[in-house]
Design a protein. Structure first.
Length: 149
């Protein structure tokens, strides 16, 4: 199989026997090509980011302080993971998780301006994830493309 992949042939070079090769497609993973990163992103979003805003709000922080704090944390997480994930799907998922958690704060305070803005940003990021297919904002990893001479 290694030789067939390297030579790009589907038959034997000596006897010309045609091999019946069925290639398995790798599973399509939403956030990263690594299943561990996918799991970590899901856990961090659902268990970490969704309850973060209500917890901060109920500990006594002002709603606007909570909004800015969780968005700064969001940006830090994105920059920490940007090298390892597909950017737009991760941005959209985490922003939706933060906005879902901030819904509680918006309902409690009656201030929906930041809440609606965040849902708009989440929708734009989700559309970008659907249409851009990670052609944009994908970090360049030059280590994989280096060849020894």
């Amino acid at each position: 199989m290694k030789w067939l992949n390297t030579s790009r042939r589907t038959n034997c070079e000596i006897c010309l026997f045609d091999y019946n090769i069925k290639l398995k497609k790798p599973p399509v993973l939403l956030f990263s090509d690594d299943p561990i990163f996918n799991r970590n992103i899901m856990i961090l979003g659902v268990i970490g980011l969704v309850p973060l805003s209500p917890v901060l709000f109920y500990t006594g922080l002002d709603a606007l302080d909570v909004y800015y704090a969780v968005n700064i944390l969001y940006l830090c997480l994105v920059f920490a993971y940007v090298k390892y994930v597909k950017v737009f799907p991760t941005l959209a998922f985490w922003k939706m998780c933060l906005t879902t958690g901030f819904t509680v704060v918006a309902v409690e305070t009656g201030r929906y301006d930041h809440f609606l803005f965040d849902y708009g940003v989440s929708a734009i990021l989700a559309l970008a994830a659907c249409f851009c297919k990670n052609r944009f904002l994908r970090p360049i990893n030059n280590e994989d493309n280096t060849q020894n001479e």
